[in-house]
Design a binder for this molecule. Structure first.
Ligand code: NAP
Length: 540
């Protein structure tokens, strides 16, 4: 038997790991529609996944609330009231708690339980997991809903232990909050998180020093309240919103542009950019021109427009130049959406340190030491991102057939079939795994598609009395090749981003998500299912 525990084995039909958007819906489908004896294990002491952990100041969603949510229940859509287009983290967390209560999910969710190992037993076609508390649970199916951005990356900087002040990573923010009043705060990192946190911390702290390694592009969110009239309009139009979102390249319910940025004069193009910049949000990338992510010249036009906006916003011209990105195409790093990010640099209590020019060499007891200077601080905030897409799965000791570990299997980067299964790991599914659109899309749309595909697959297996499903090596390697080919057609390769694993020292550089868009991906998944799960080996 693969698992060792002195506690009695708990036998289930399905185990789900993680109580975020994906895990909760997976549990609901398996339990309520398939009647499977399912249990969900979650490390945190509450549900919510990414919205449970990321409580940093300024945290809010970057997709509009009314489609950054579940679509599976019309009643839920009609009863839930979003306060604004881009609500803050507590509101999204209350939504997810509401979902847990409304669908009575909590009775099958075990909180404060970290899964430490998962081993497949070929003789019985069952997975055996062990938890940190030493529990031993077995099930026919194992479904990972661990999220793509759930293992915090705290850079290994010499001396952190010696720091006399307090330090925090944004992805593990204390529940009681952090009081910045009267404090000298250092913020390391200018990705989506750092860009959201900057204005909020600056408004509270005595002084905020931002340590920037790579200057970033950002587009204003232009958040507004959802008035009663807007709510009514949205709720009356949900069928169309979801039809459009599920058909949209990135899971957004607006029509992507089909025009080339290069077919317009500079004046006409900038007028188009200006109009869409006033709307704000992700529409700037997907709604302006169709070739921004595939043609460098087209991308330059968007990047130049955004650079001009930084110059127009930041009053100190030298500071503006430091904040202007010049080393990667716009959108090749996940584009942040902000509320007054660049404006914040006009405040007297905010300063910028370029740590590309003078790298951080050490954290001292007083603060941050760079090659140029020492910055005395009371609090350091690490907005330094995550070991994305693979970090959390690899932190669990997962062993498939013949004792093959996931760490061995993914030594040269993640390999999956459709981002849903891994050859050598039968009866295990990954929701929004590497090789699927996941992080390049509006996550709830991709998550629902995965959950529904997985539960339909399990239902079909049960109808046909099949008890094992495993992606073939051939289907997997064909898919990996296809994912790479699609990525090569884009500009995603031109930035050192977490999409490529480039933010983690030693991580294999490979483009992890699927860049072909949701419609093409969904069609492929549907075809596979229609052809009796083509590319999978099913056995009775
Ligand atoms: P990130 O995009 O990986 O950004 C990390 C930042 O930290 C980068 O500026 C990086 O610089 C910097 N950094 C990392 N290690 C460093 C070091 N040793 N020294 C100095 N700087 C260092 O992480 P994130 O901002 O947390 O965002 C991760 C993802 O979470 C986003 O891309 C997005 O998908 C998601 N997110 C979503 C939302 C939302 O929808 N509401 C909000 C926030 C985040 P380099 O660029 O030079 O590596």
């Amino acid at each position: 038997m693969p698992a060792q525990s002195d506690k009695p084995e708990i036998k289930l039909d399905a185990i789900v790991i993680g109580a975020g958007f994906s895990g909760m819906y997976m549990l609901k489908r398996l339990r309520d529609e398939l009647g499977l004896n399912t249990r969900l294990y979650e490390a945190g002491d509450g549900v919510g996944g990414t919205w449970y952990w990321n409580r940093y100041p300024g945290a809010r969603c970057d997709s509009e609330s009314f489609y950054y949510c579940y679509s599976f229940s019309e009643a839920l859509l009609q009863e839930w009231e979003w306060s604004s287009k881009y609500p803050e983290q507590p509101e999204i967390l209350s939504y997810l708690n509401h979902v847990a209560d409304r669908f009575d999910l909590r009775r099958n969710i075990q909180l404060e339980t970290r899964v430490t190992s998962a081993k497949f037993d070929e003789a019985t076609n069952r997975w055996h997991i062990l938890t940190e508390q030493g529990e031993h649970i077995s099930a026919q199916f194992l479904i990972s809903a661990v999220g793509c951005l759930s293992t915090a990356n705290v850079p290994d900087i010499k001396g952190l232990d010696s720091f006399k002040g307090d330090w925090y990573h944004t992805g593990k923010w204390p529940h009681e909050g952090v009081d910045f009043t009267g404090k000298r705060v250092g913020l390391i990192g200018t990705g989506s998180t750092g860009i959201q946190a900057t204005p909020v911390i600056a408004a509270e702290a005595d002084h905020l020093t931002i340590f920037q390694r790579t200057a970033n592009f950002s587009v204003p969110a232009r958040n507004v309240s959802l008035t009663d009239d807007l709510q009514r309009e949205i709720k009356g139009n949900y069928d169309e919103i979801w039809r459009a979102a599920k058909a949209g390249h990135g899971g957004f319910p607006y029509i992507p542009s089909d025009r080339s940025a290069l077919d317009y004069s500079e004046e006409e193009r900038n007028a188009i950019y200006e109009d869409i910049w006033k709307v704000g949000g992700f529409k700037f990338l997907w709604g302006s021109f169709s070739d921004i992510m595939v043609n460098e010249k087209a991308n330059d036009t968007a990047a130049d427009f955004l650079r001009a906006k930084i110059r127009a916003t930041v009053k100190d011209p030298q500071l503006a130049e430091k904040l202007i990105p010049n080393d990667h195409p716009y959108g090749a790093k996940r584009p942040p959406i902000d509320t007054n990010y660049f404006e914040t640099f006009n405040r007297d209590n905010v300063s910028l340190v370029d740590v590309k020019k003078a790298p951080i060499t050490e954290i001292t007891e007083k603060g941050v030491l760079t090659a140029d200077d020492e910055y005395e601080l009371d609090i350091i905030v690490f907005a330094t991102g995550f070991d994305a897409m693979t970090g959390t799965l690899l932190s669990i000791d997962i062993q498939g057939r013949n004792g093959l570990t996931l760490a061995e299997k993914w030594q040269e980067g993640p390999k999956t079939y459709l981002g849903l299964q891994i050859s050598g790991f039968p009866n295990m599914f990954t929701i929004s795994g590497p090789g699927s659109p996941s992080v390049l899309s509006n996550m709830p749309v991709s998550i629902e598609q995965h959950v529904e595909w997985i539960s339909d697959c399990i239902e079909s297996m049960r109808e046909k009395s099949q008890n094992s499903i495993e992606a073939t090596l051939q289907a997997e390697s064909d898919w990996v090749e296809h994912v790479n080919e699609i990525a090569q057609m884009t500009l995603f390769w031109k930035a050192n981003s977490w999409y490529l694993g480039a933010n983690i020292p030693g991580k294999t550089r490979i483009f992890m998500p699927y860049a072909g868009g949701i419609p093409m991906y969904r069609q492929r998944c549907d075809e596979v299912a229609e052809k009796d799960y083509e590319g999978f080996l099913l056995s009775a």
